[in-house]
Design a protein around this ligand. Structure first.
Ligand SMILES: O=C(O)CCC(=O)C(=O)O
Length: 295
C-alpha cells in the first residue's frame, strides 16, 4: 500500500519502510528487552496498556476537541473528523486536557511505572509535562532525536509514544530508524546534532524534513506499523524517528511522555515547575549547521 512519509510517497511495508519488530510478548524477559533496545533503538510493545482505558481517554480528548469546535459538526465524535482547513487545538502542557484524570490514567498508568521500574532496576519518574497531539491532514513530524528537546537531565531518559486509538500508517504513525542509536555510520551525526539542545544552543530541532534522506545518507532502516489502542513505542534519546503523514480527514491523536530512573537528575524544563522551552531567539537553521558539521 502507498503511504506518505514526509513529502515522499512510499510503499508500506516495503524496503524503504518496513514493519516494526514487536516485543509485546517479551514483557517478562527484561534481558531480551535490553538487548533489543541496544540493537534496534526502540521497543514496540503491543498491548502493553489496557485497550479500554486508552479508548476511554480517546473519547475524553475528542469530546474536548468538539467543545473547542475543532471537529466537523454532525459527524461521530469518536471518528475525530476535521473540518476543511480546520484548526488544531493546543493540548500539550502541564495542565488542561492532558491532565484530565482519565487521560492521566493512560499517561501515568501503573503498567508503565511497573515496566520502567523493572527496566531501570529502580523507581521511575515521569515528567509532569505531556505532549498530547491532534495531528491534522497532511501533517507529519520530521526526523529528529529527542535529546535535542529534553537531553539536559538523565542520560537514561526514555520516550513512550502512545497512540490514542487504532491508527493505521496512513493516518500518521511513529516511524523509527532502527540502528541510528549505535551504527558507526551515524557516529558523526550523534557527536554533532546529537549533542545539541534547542534552547541552550539556539538550534532548530528537526534534523530533516525528509525522513527518507536519513537512510539514504546514513543507513539504518525505517520501520513503522499500524497501531492499536493499548500499543506503545518506547525509545531512547538518540534514536532517530519521525512520523508518517496523515493522509486522512481525521485527527491522529497520540501523546508522548517521558520516563527515567528516579534517582537521576531531571531536565528542569519539563518538571512540575519547569518553564518549558525558552522563547525569543530565532534558532539557527539546521541546514547551515549540517553544512558546518559535514553531515
Ligand atoms: O507524534 C509525533 O508526531 C511525534 C512524536 C515524537 O516525536 C516523539 O514521541 O518523540
Amino acid at each position: 500500500m502507498k503511504i506518505r512519509f514526509g513529502y515522499r510517497d512510499v510503499e508500506f511495508p516495503g524496503t524503504e519502510l518496513g514493519q516494526l519488530r514487536d516485543s509485546g510478548t517479551l514483557l517478562d524477559d527484561m534481558s531480551s528487552l535490553h538487548e533489543r533496545m541496544a540493537e534496534d533503538g526502540y521497543l514496540y510493545m503491543s498491548g502493553l496498556l489496557d485497550r479500554e482505558t486508552v479508548l476511554n481517554a480517546r473519547e475524553i480528548v475528542l469530546t474536548y476537541m468538539q467543545e473547542q469546535q475543532a471537529l466537523t459538526p454532525d459527524t461521530p465524535v469518536l471518528e475525530g473528523v476535521m473540518p476543511k482547513g480546520g484548526k488544531s487545538v493546543q493540548m500539550m502542557g502541564r495542565s488542561g486536557i492532558a491532565h484530565h484524570p482519565d487521560v492521566q490514567r493512560v499517561l501515568e498508568n501503573e503498567r508503565l511505572f511497573a515496566f520502567f521500574e523493572r527496566y531501570f532496576g529502580e523507581n521511575a519518574l515521569t515528567f509532569h509535562y505531556k505532549w498530547l497531539r491532534g495531528v491534522g491532514n497532511e501533517q507529519y513530524t520530521g526526523a529528529h532525536m529527542d535529546t535535542v528537546y529534553m537531553g539536559l537531565g538523565s542520560p537514561n531518559l526514555h520516550t513512550v509514544w502512545i497512540p490514542f486509538g487504532d491508527i493505521p500508517v496512513a493516518q500518521g504513525t511513529l516511524a523509527m530508524c532502527a540502528g541510528s542509536n549505535h551504527l558507526e555510520s551515524f557516529e558523526r551525526l550523534r557527536q554533532t546534532y546529537g549533542r545539541m539542545d534547542v534552547d541552550r544552543d539556539g538550534v532548530e530541532g528537526w534534523f530533516s524534513r525528509d525522513p527518507m534522506e536519513i537512510t539514504e545518507q546514513f543507513g539504518g532502516q525505517w520501520l513503522t506499523s499500524d497501531f492499536r489502542a493499548g500499543d506503545v513505542m518506547i525509545f531512547g534519546m538518540h534514536t532517530m524517528h519521525a512520523s508518517t503523514t496523515n493522509l486522512t480527514n481525521r485527527f491522529r491523536l497520540s501523546c508522548d511522555v517521558r520516563y527515567q530512573p528516579a534517582s537521576e537528575p531531571a531536565d528542569q524544563r519539563w518538571t512540575k515547575d519547569g518553564g518549558g522551552h525558552s522563547v525569543g531567539k530565532t534558532p539557527r537553521p539546521i541546514d547551515e549547521l549540517r553544512a558546518e558539521w559535514g553531515v
